[in-house]
Design a protein around this ligand. Sequence first.
Ligand SMILES: Nc1nc2c(ncn2[C@@H]2O[C@H](COP(=O)(O)OP(=O)(O)OP(=O)(O)O)[C@@H](O)[C@H]2O)c(=O)[nH]1
Ligand SMILES: [Mg+2]
Ligand SMILES: [Zn+2]
Length: 289
Amino acid sequence: MEKVQTGLVIEFYSNSCLVRTKDADISCIAIKDVVVGDIVKIEIIQDSKKIKGLILSREPRFSILEKKEVLKSKVVAANVTHVGILVTPEPKTSTDFIDKWVLTANLSNITPFIINNKIDLVQNEEYLTKLEIYKNLKIDFIDISAKSNQNLGQVSDYLKGKCVVFVGNSGAGKSTLTTSLTGKDIKTNVLSNNQGVHTTSISTLYEIDNDTKIIDSPGVRDLYITGWDDKDIIKGFSEIYAFSRYCKFNDCNHINNDGCHVTEKLINGEINQSRYNNFIKFRDREEDE
Ligand SMILES: Nc1nc2c(ncn2[C@@H]2O[C@H](COP(=O)(O)OP(=O)(O)OP(=O)(O)O)[C@@H](O)[C@H]2O)c(=O)[nH]1
Ligand SMILES: [Mg+2]
Ligand SMILES: [Zn+2]
Protein backbone atom coordinates (compact mmCIF):
# COMPACT_ATOMS: atom_id res chain seq x y z
CA MET A 1 0.00 0.00 0.00
CA GLU A 2 1.40 3.37 -0.96
CA LYS A 3 2.26 5.48 2.05
CA VAL A 4 0.57 8.64 0.85
CA GLN A 5 -2.81 8.28 -0.82
CA THR A 6 -5.70 10.40 -2.00
CA GLY A 7 -9.18 9.51 -0.80
CA LEU A 8 -12.74 10.63 -0.27
CA VAL A 9 -14.15 11.27 3.22
CA ILE A 10 -17.20 8.99 3.39
CA GLU A 11 -18.08 8.98 7.09
CA PHE A 12 -17.63 11.40 9.87
CA TYR A 13 -17.81 10.80 13.61
CA SER A 14 -17.00 13.21 16.40
CA ASN A 15 -13.24 12.67 16.29
CA SER A 16 -12.55 10.17 13.55
CA CYS A 17 -13.50 9.73 9.93
CA LEU A 18 -13.44 7.09 7.25
CA VAL A 19 -11.51 7.81 4.06
CA ARG A 20 -12.06 5.70 0.93
CA THR A 21 -8.90 5.29 -1.14
CA LYS A 22 -8.41 3.06 -4.17
CA ASP A 23 -7.19 0.28 -1.86
CA ALA A 24 -9.46 0.39 1.19
CA ASP A 25 -11.60 2.36 3.61
CA ILE A 26 -9.16 3.74 6.16
CA SER A 27 -10.00 5.13 9.58
CA CYS A 28 -8.35 8.48 10.16
CA ILE A 29 -8.11 10.92 13.00
CA ALA A 30 -10.47 13.72 12.08
CA ILE A 31 -9.03 17.18 11.71
CA LYS A 32 -10.69 20.55 11.66
CA ASP A 33 -12.03 21.78 8.33
CA VAL A 34 -12.68 18.35 6.87
CA VAL A 35 -16.21 17.04 6.26
CA VAL A 36 -17.94 14.30 4.31
CA GLY A 37 -17.41 14.80 0.59
CA ASP A 38 -13.91 16.20 0.96
CA ILE A 39 -10.99 14.84 -1.03
CA VAL A 40 -7.97 14.46 1.24
CA LYS A 41 -4.36 13.29 1.13
CA ILE A 42 -3.60 10.84 3.88
CA GLU A 43 -0.49 9.13 5.17
CA ILE A 44 -0.89 5.47 6.13
CA ILE A 45 0.40 4.63 9.59
CA GLN A 46 0.69 1.15 11.03
CA ASP A 47 -0.58 1.29 14.61
CA SER A 48 -0.23 -2.00 16.55
CA LYS A 49 -1.20 -4.03 13.45
CA LYS A 50 -4.19 -1.81 12.71
CA ILE A 51 -3.93 0.38 9.66
CA LYS A 52 -4.81 3.98 10.30
CA GLY A 53 -4.45 7.19 8.44
CA LEU A 54 -3.29 10.67 9.13
CA ILE A 55 -4.87 13.46 7.12
CA LEU A 56 -2.15 15.60 5.57
CA SER A 57 -4.19 18.05 3.51
CA ARG A 58 -7.49 18.61 1.80
CA GLU A 59 -8.09 19.50 -1.83
CA PRO A 60 -9.86 22.72 -2.83
CA ARG A 61 -13.64 22.33 -2.82
CA PHE A 62 -16.09 22.71 -5.69
CA SER A 63 -18.80 23.79 -3.21
CA ILE A 64 -19.70 23.73 0.46
CA LEU A 65 -23.09 23.22 2.01
CA GLU A 66 -23.15 25.44 5.04
CA LYS A 67 -25.52 26.42 7.82
CA LYS A 68 -24.71 30.06 8.27
CA GLU A 69 -25.31 31.91 11.49
CA VAL A 70 -24.06 35.38 12.26
CA LEU A 71 -21.30 34.29 14.62
CA LYS A 72 -20.78 30.69 13.69
CA SER A 73 -21.18 28.66 10.54
CA LYS A 74 -21.19 24.93 10.17
CA VAL A 75 -20.11 23.14 7.02
CA VAL A 76 -22.34 20.10 6.52
CA ALA A 77 -20.78 18.60 3.39
CA ALA A 78 -18.32 19.45 0.64
CA ASN A 79 -18.27 19.06 -3.15
CA VAL A 80 -22.02 18.71 -3.36
CA THR A 81 -23.57 19.48 -6.77
CA HIS A 82 -27.28 19.13 -5.86
CA VAL A 83 -29.55 19.51 -2.86
CA GLY A 84 -32.69 17.38 -2.97
CA ILE A 85 -35.30 19.01 -0.74
CA LEU A 86 -37.72 16.40 0.59
CA VAL A 87 -41.20 17.82 0.99
CA THR A 88 -43.85 15.75 2.82
CA PRO A 89 -47.40 16.13 4.09
CA GLU A 90 -46.33 14.34 7.29
CA PRO A 91 -44.22 15.73 8.92
CA LYS A 92 -45.55 18.91 7.36
CA THR A 93 -42.86 20.79 5.43
CA SER A 94 -43.11 24.57 5.74
CA THR A 95 -42.46 26.99 2.89
CA ASP A 96 -39.90 28.61 5.22
CA PHE A 97 -37.93 25.41 5.25
CA ILE A 98 -38.08 24.99 1.48
CA ASP A 99 -37.23 28.61 0.74
CA LYS A 100 -34.28 28.57 3.13
CA TRP A 101 -32.80 25.54 1.41
CA VAL A 102 -33.44 26.89 -2.09
CA LEU A 103 -31.72 30.09 -0.99
CA THR A 104 -28.77 28.31 0.60
CA ALA A 105 -28.26 26.15 -2.48
CA ASN A 106 -28.54 29.09 -4.87
CA LEU A 107 -25.98 31.08 -2.89
CA SER A 108 -23.62 28.10 -2.62
CA ASN A 109 -23.13 27.11 -6.27
CA ILE A 110 -25.37 24.09 -5.67
CA THR A 111 -28.52 23.23 -7.68
CA PRO A 112 -31.69 22.76 -5.61
CA PHE A 113 -34.49 20.41 -6.69
CA ILE A 114 -37.62 19.19 -4.98
CA ILE A 115 -38.64 15.66 -4.13
CA ASN A 116 -42.29 15.39 -3.15
CA ASN A 117 -42.10 12.25 -0.98
CA LYS A 118 -44.86 10.06 0.47
CA ILE A 119 -47.24 10.40 -2.49
CA ASP A 120 -48.87 7.23 -1.11
CA LEU A 121 -50.35 9.39 1.67
CA VAL A 122 -53.36 11.68 1.29
CA GLN A 123 -52.36 15.11 0.00
CA ASN A 124 -54.89 17.73 1.06
CA GLU A 125 -55.75 20.95 -0.76
CA GLU A 126 -53.41 23.10 1.35
CA TYR A 127 -50.50 20.78 0.63
CA LEU A 128 -51.19 20.69 -3.10
CA THR A 129 -51.35 24.49 -3.21
CA LYS A 130 -47.93 24.61 -1.56
CA LEU A 131 -46.49 22.24 -4.16
CA GLU A 132 -47.88 24.41 -6.97
CA ILE A 133 -45.67 27.30 -5.84
CA TYR A 134 -42.56 25.26 -6.54
CA LYS A 135 -43.82 23.57 -9.68
CA ASN A 136 -44.19 27.06 -11.11
CA LEU A 137 -40.58 27.97 -10.38
CA LYS A 138 -37.72 26.90 -12.63
CA ILE A 139 -36.75 24.13 -10.28
CA ASP A 140 -36.80 20.39 -10.98
CA PHE A 141 -39.58 18.51 -9.25
CA ILE A 142 -40.01 14.76 -8.74
CA ASP A 143 -43.00 13.00 -7.11
CA ILE A 144 -42.07 9.80 -5.28
CA SER A 145 -42.86 7.38 -2.53
CA ALA A 146 -39.59 6.17 -1.05
CA LYS A 147 -41.39 3.58 1.04
CA SER A 148 -43.52 2.04 -1.67
CA ASN A 149 -40.89 2.44 -4.39
CA GLN A 150 -42.80 4.75 -6.68
CA ASN A 151 -40.86 6.71 -9.31
CA LEU A 152 -37.49 5.88 -7.77
CA GLY A 153 -36.13 5.23 -11.26
CA GLN A 154 -36.73 8.89 -12.03
CA VAL A 155 -34.61 9.86 -9.04
CA SER A 156 -31.78 7.47 -10.00
CA ASP A 157 -31.76 8.77 -13.56
CA TYR A 158 -31.73 12.35 -12.31
CA LEU A 159 -28.82 11.66 -9.94
CA LYS A 160 -26.42 10.23 -12.53
CA GLY A 161 -23.09 12.04 -12.36
CA LYS A 162 -24.12 14.15 -9.38
CA CYS A 163 -23.30 14.39 -5.70
CA VAL A 164 -26.51 15.01 -3.81
CA VAL A 165 -27.51 15.75 -0.24
CA PHE A 166 -31.12 15.03 0.70
CA VAL A 167 -32.48 17.58 3.13
CA GLY A 168 -35.75 17.50 5.01
CA ASN A 169 -37.33 17.52 8.43
CA SER A 170 -36.71 14.58 10.73
CA GLY A 171 -38.97 11.82 9.44
CA ALA A 172 -39.24 13.14 5.87
CA GLY A 173 -37.67 9.97 4.52
CA LYS A 174 -34.05 10.85 3.72
CA SER A 175 -32.69 7.56 5.02
CA THR A 176 -35.55 5.54 3.50
CA LEU A 177 -34.83 7.08 0.10
CA THR A 178 -31.09 6.55 0.49
CA THR A 179 -31.73 2.89 1.39
CA SER A 180 -33.94 2.39 -1.67
CA LEU A 181 -31.41 3.99 -4.01
CA THR A 182 -28.29 2.33 -2.66
CA GLY A 183 -29.67 -1.04 -1.59
CA LYS A 184 -27.84 -0.57 1.71
CA ASP A 185 -29.91 -1.11 4.82
CA ILE A 186 -29.83 2.22 6.57
CA LYS A 187 -31.70 2.44 9.84
CA THR A 188 -34.72 4.69 9.59
CA ASN A 189 -36.57 6.81 12.05
CA VAL A 190 -39.94 5.60 13.37
CA LEU A 191 -42.29 8.51 12.78
CA SER A 192 -44.49 8.18 15.84
CA ASN A 193 -41.36 8.60 17.90
CA ASN A 194 -39.22 11.37 16.47
CA GLN A 195 -36.78 11.08 19.34
CA GLY A 196 -36.29 7.48 18.22
CA VAL A 197 -32.88 5.85 18.09
CA HIS A 198 -32.92 5.53 14.31
CA THR A 199 -32.71 9.19 13.63
CA THR A 200 -29.54 9.58 11.58
CA SER A 201 -26.68 10.73 13.80
CA ILE A 202 -23.61 10.58 11.58
CA SER A 203 -22.94 11.81 8.05
CA THR A 204 -22.33 9.08 5.49
CA LEU A 205 -21.55 9.24 1.79
CA TYR A 206 -22.77 6.38 -0.42
CA GLU A 207 -21.35 5.80 -3.89
CA ILE A 208 -23.93 4.46 -6.33
CA ASP A 209 -21.31 4.34 -9.05
CA ASN A 210 -18.05 6.07 -9.82
CA ASP A 211 -19.52 9.53 -10.23
CA THR A 212 -22.87 9.31 -8.44
CA LYS A 213 -22.90 10.00 -4.72
CA ILE A 214 -25.52 10.43 -2.02
CA ILE A 215 -24.85 11.98 1.37
CA ASP A 216 -27.18 11.18 4.29
CA SER A 217 -26.57 13.66 7.04
CA PRO A 218 -28.13 14.61 10.37
CA GLY A 219 -27.04 18.21 9.81
CA VAL A 220 -29.81 18.98 7.37
CA ARG A 221 -32.96 18.96 9.46
CA ASP A 222 -32.85 22.59 10.38
CA LEU A 223 -31.12 25.49 8.76
CA TYR A 224 -29.80 28.90 9.69
CA ILE A 225 -29.40 31.62 7.13
CA THR A 226 -28.71 34.64 9.36
CA GLY A 227 -25.05 34.59 8.32
CA TRP A 228 -25.76 35.54 4.70
CA ASP A 229 -25.39 39.17 3.77
CA ASP A 230 -28.73 41.06 3.59
CA LYS A 231 -27.90 42.12 0.04
CA ASP A 232 -27.43 38.51 -1.09
CA ILE A 233 -30.77 37.22 0.18
CA ILE A 234 -32.59 38.33 -2.98
CA LYS A 235 -30.22 36.27 -5.13
CA GLY A 236 -31.54 33.21 -3.33
CA PHE A 237 -34.99 34.00 -4.80
CA SER A 238 -34.05 33.82 -8.49
CA GLU A 239 -37.44 34.83 -9.91
CA ILE A 240 -37.69 37.88 -7.63
CA TYR A 241 -34.07 38.80 -8.34
CA ALA A 242 -34.71 38.69 -12.09
CA PHE A 243 -37.62 41.15 -11.82
CA SER A 244 -35.75 43.43 -9.39
CA ARG A 245 -33.36 44.50 -12.13
CA TYR A 246 -36.18 46.50 -13.68
CA CYS A 247 -36.99 48.51 -10.52
CA LYS A 248 -36.71 52.24 -11.11
CA PHE A 249 -34.19 52.79 -8.32
CA ASN A 250 -31.05 50.80 -7.56
CA ASP A 251 -31.70 50.91 -3.84
CA CYS A 252 -35.37 49.94 -4.13
CA ASN A 253 -36.64 48.24 -0.98
CA HIS A 254 -39.19 46.23 -2.99
CA ILE A 255 -41.87 47.12 -0.46
CA ASN A 256 -43.25 50.60 -1.07
CA ASN A 257 -40.81 52.37 -3.39
CA ASP A 258 -41.78 54.22 -6.53
CA GLY A 259 -41.42 52.21 -9.74
CA CYS A 260 -40.83 48.90 -8.00
CA HIS A 261 -41.09 46.13 -10.57
CA VAL A 262 -41.17 43.44 -7.87
CA THR A 263 -44.34 44.74 -6.19
CA GLU A 264 -45.88 45.14 -9.65
CA LYS A 265 -45.23 41.49 -10.44
CA LEU A 266 -46.52 40.52 -7.01
CA ILE A 267 -49.78 42.31 -7.65
CA ASN A 268 -50.27 40.77 -11.09
CA GLY A 269 -49.48 37.33 -9.67
CA GLU A 270 -46.20 36.61 -11.47
CA ILE A 271 -44.45 36.55 -8.11
CA ASN A 272 -45.99 34.21 -5.57
CA GLN A 273 -47.12 35.86 -2.32
CA SER A 274 -45.58 33.26 -0.04
CA ARG A 275 -42.21 33.47 -1.83
CA TYR A 276 -42.34 37.26 -1.58
CA ASN A 277 -43.23 37.17 2.13
CA ASN A 278 -40.33 34.86 2.88
CA PHE A 279 -37.94 37.02 0.87
CA ILE A 280 -38.87 40.09 2.91
CA LYS A 281 -38.87 38.12 6.16
CA PHE A 282 -35.43 36.61 5.57
CA ARG A 283 -33.92 39.85 4.28
CA ASP A 284 -35.28 42.00 7.07
CA ARG A 285 -34.57 39.31 9.69
CA GLU A 286 -38.16 39.28 10.88
CA GLU A 287 -37.81 35.99 12.63
CA ASP A 288 -36.35 34.44 15.71
CA GLU A 289 -33.48 32.11 15.16
N1 LIG B 1 -46.06 6.52 3.99
C1 LIG B 1 -44.76 6.71 3.74
N2 LIG B 1 -43.88 6.70 4.73
C2 LIG B 1 -42.58 6.92 4.43
C3 LIG B 1 -42.13 7.17 3.10
N3 LIG B 1 -40.79 7.37 3.12
C4 LIG B 1 -40.42 7.23 4.42
N4 LIG B 1 -41.48 6.94 5.20
C5 LIG B 1 -41.47 6.68 6.66
O1 LIG B 1 -41.12 7.85 7.35
C6 LIG B 1 -40.40 7.53 8.53
C7 LIG B 1 -39.12 8.32 8.62
O2 LIG B 1 -38.22 7.95 7.57
P1 LIG B 1 -36.61 8.20 7.66
O3 LIG B 1 -36.10 7.75 6.33
O4 LIG B 1 -36.01 7.60 8.86
O5 LIG B 1 -36.56 9.79 7.81
P2 LIG B 1 -35.26 10.72 7.90
O6 LIG B 1 -35.56 11.89 7.02
O7 LIG B 1 -34.03 9.93 7.58
O8 LIG B 1 -35.27 11.17 9.44
P3 LIG B 1 -34.01 11.68 10.34
O9 LIG B 1 -32.87 10.71 10.18
O10 LIG B 1 -34.59 11.71 11.72
O11 LIG B 1 -33.67 13.06 9.86
C8 LIG B 1 -40.19 6.01 8.50
O12 LIG B 1 -41.16 5.40 9.33
C9 LIG B 1 -40.41 5.66 7.04
O13 LIG B 1 -40.87 4.35 6.86
C10 LIG B 1 -43.12 7.18 2.06
O14 LIG B 1 -42.85 7.36 0.87
N5 LIG B 1 -44.41 6.96 2.44
MG1 LIG C 1 -32.31 9.55 8.69
ZN1 LIG D 1 -38.25 47.03 -6.23
